[in-house]
Every structure is written in structure tokens, then in C-alpha cells.
Design a protein around this ligand. Structure first.
Ligand code: AMP
Ligand code: ZN
Length: 139
């Protein structure tokens, strides 16, 4: 647990988030930014800064949960596609330095391949909770 890391605080239950699902070692929660409905983050509970310090077992465990969540997002919200990605370091525009995978729901009308950073949309917490419940129901 790294005290000044927002994702460690979410993993430790001391920051508010809309949880989708959790395992003993990882969790999935709604990103506060929902440019299209269904943007979920998947993180290891333990603080891992980036892919350079990521061990293979943790990588496999996080990716497995990310795939499960991506399939549930597709079922629950019926998007036309899913992108699974992670950004690394400042040059990639990374904001949070706790390893995370983005599950991004894509819709046919999207003009851009990855729209996460182009049209920020910060819905109220109740909307994040509603989306999380729908995805959880599809898991
Ligand atoms: P990156 O730019 O890849 O580091 O992504 C960081 C992501 O974390 C962004 O999509 C943010 O919208 C998201 N984010 C930041 N703080 C929170 C938070 N407290 N709860 C949920 N998502 C967050
Ligand atoms: Zn952390």
C-alpha cells in the first residue's frame, strides 16, 4: 500500500469508487471518466508501478480479470467493440502510476479509435454505480 497512490487507496477501500468486481489479488472499478458508457479499470491490489516492475504472474492475473470484465461489458452494454489497453509513462499521457488496464467500450458511432482522452465525461457517482451493477450482473 502506497499512501499517496489513489489506486492503492481504492484497493484498500479508503477512497470512493464504483466497484465492478474483486478477487483476492485484483479489482475492477468504473473509471470516473466515461466518454462512452463502460470504461472500467482493472488493477492489481498490490502497488505495481508500471510494466517494468510487473511480474508475469501478476500480469497474467490482471489480464485474465480484464478479459472477463471486457466480456461482461460487451454483454451488459452491447457495445460494438472493446479495447483493452494500458498506458506507460508520461510520454503516453499516463496520470496514475499504479499499473492498470483500461477496458474501453466502443460504439459504432465513435469517430476515434480510442476516445478516452478526447471527450471527457464525468458522470455523477450514481451513474457509475448503475453501470457497475449492470456489468457485475453480466459477470
Ligand atoms: P492513465 O492516464 O492511463 O494513467 O489513466 C488513469 C485513469 O484513471 C484515467 O482514465 C482517469 O480518469 C482515471 N482515474 C483517476 N482517478 C480516478 C478515481 N479516483 N476513480 C476512478 N478512476 C480514476
Ligand atoms: Zn498504488
Amino acid at each position: 500500500m502506497t499512501q499517496d497512490c489513489i489506486f492503492c487507496r481504492i484497493a484498500g477501500g479508503t477512497a470512493s469508487e464504483s466497484l465492478v468486481t474483486e478477487t483476492p489479488d485484483a479489482l475492477a472499478f468504473m473509471d470516473i471518466n466515461q466518454p462512452t458508457p463502460g470504461h472500467v479499470l482493472v488493477i492489481p491490489r498490490r502497488h505495481v508501478q508500471d510494466i517494468y516492475t510487473l511480474d508475469e504472474a501478476t500480469a497474467a492475473m490482471v489480464f485474465q480479470l480484464a478479459v472477463r470484465v471486457a466480456q461482461a461489458v460487451k454483454i451488459a452494454l452491447r457495445p460494438d467493440g472493446i479495447n483493452l489497453y494500458q498506458s506507460n509513462e508520461h510520454a503516453a499521457g499516463q496520470e496514475v502510476f499504479h499499473f492498470h488496464m483500461h477496458v474501453v467500450a466502443r460504439y459504432a458511432g465513435d469517430r476515434d479509435r480510442v476516445c478516452v482522452f478526447l471527450q471527457p465525461n464525468l458522470p455523477p457517482h450514481a451513474e457509475l454505480d448503475r453501470l457497475a451493477a449492470e456489468i457485475r450482473a453480466a459477470l
